[in-house]
Design a binder for this molecule. Sequence first.
Ligand SMILES: CC(C)(COP(=O)(O)OP(=O)(O)OC[C@H]1O[C@@H](n2cnc3c(N)ncnc32)[C@H](O)[C@@H]1OP(=O)(O)O)[C@@H](O)C(=O)NCCC(=O)NCCS
Length: 159
Amino acid sequence: MDDALKLELRLPHSGAGAICASLLDELPEWFGSPEANAAYALASEANPTVVASVGGVAVGILTTIKRAETAAEIYVMAVHRTRHRTGAGAAMLRFAEGLLVEDGIKFLQVKTLADTHPDVGYKKTRAFYRSCGFERLEVFPTLWDPDNPALQMIKMIQG
Ligand SMILES: CC(C)(COP(=O)(O)OP(=O)(O)OC[C@H]1O[C@@H](n2cnc3c(N)ncnc32)[C@H](O)[C@@H]1OP(=O)(O)O)[C@@H](O)C(=O)NCCC(=O)NCCS
């Protein structure tokens, strides 16, 4: 499926904010907070963002933020719903990991909705991260707000 995708890396400050905002708008079940979405778009504007395109149309984004010398975080990730489960997410992640390893990153974390919450969409999200090698690290019940417990997952990408 990678062959069907044209993957591009947007370097810091190169401006993937509008693409991010447009993709998040299409996924209200996952991204229902305008305030949070605005923060995600700002992050995509200012941080390394892998943009997956098909036929010149952006279908996915993955923004990472470096948190320490050897650690980074997936800050926001989304694939257009018409492309879910077609390998775009895994392809973007592999691409991002390769670049992060070149930059000396060993640990990649992501925070997502914890499984103490019944949301069915995020159940699929956690399945995606697990299938890509992420493991559960810790649940933070009030990091975002008590109605949205955060699960921190981590993956060693260089070791
Ligand atoms: C999560 C997301 C980025 C994954 O991208 P994707 O392109 O749909 O995922 P892929 O096709 O690359 O899936 C790779 C593997 O993950 C697992 N997976 C993905 N979606 C799954 C689902 N709905 N149920 C179970 N496993 C799933 C599977 O093992 C899959 O491999 P397979 O299809 O060969 O079995 C995408 O579905 C998405 O945008 N979801 C909504 C927004 C979101 O959750 N963002 C992350 C917020 S933290």
